[in-house]
Design a protein around this ligand. Structure first.
Ligand code: SF4
Length: 92
């Protein structure tokens, strides 16, 4: 299995432009996100990806729990998600 473009249940147009296309899956979905070198390498690919913003939004909106999406680990996305919830609650 390769990068995010092959997850057939998530078909979205932005995937066609994914810089992770053809990359090894264990780079973006490491067994252990504490594998700093793998996560760092995945994030480097994301930094040059033309659809990073779309990818991150998608991961957050669909609650992707694993892997690096949009340059963020699952833990980083959880923190971001929590901040957004707090911001929305404060605004309402
Ligand atoms: S931002 Fe990263 S994970 Fe998302 S499509 Fe681009 S390279 Fe893949």
């Amino acid at each position: 299995m390769f990068g995010h473009e092959t997850l057939s249940d998530l078909g979205s147009e932005w995937r066609e432009f994914a810089a992770c296309s053809g990359r090894q899956d264990d780079l973006f979905f490491p067994v252990n996100e504490a594998e700093v070198s793998l996560v760092r390498a995945a994030k480097a690919v994301c930094q040059a990806c033309p659809v990073q913003e779309e990818c991150l939004s998608y991961a957050i909106e669909t609650g992707q729990m694993d892997g690096v999406w949009g340059g963020m680990t699952s833990r980083e996305r959880r923190v971001l998600r929590r901040k957004r919830v707090v911001r929305i609650r404060r605004a309402s």
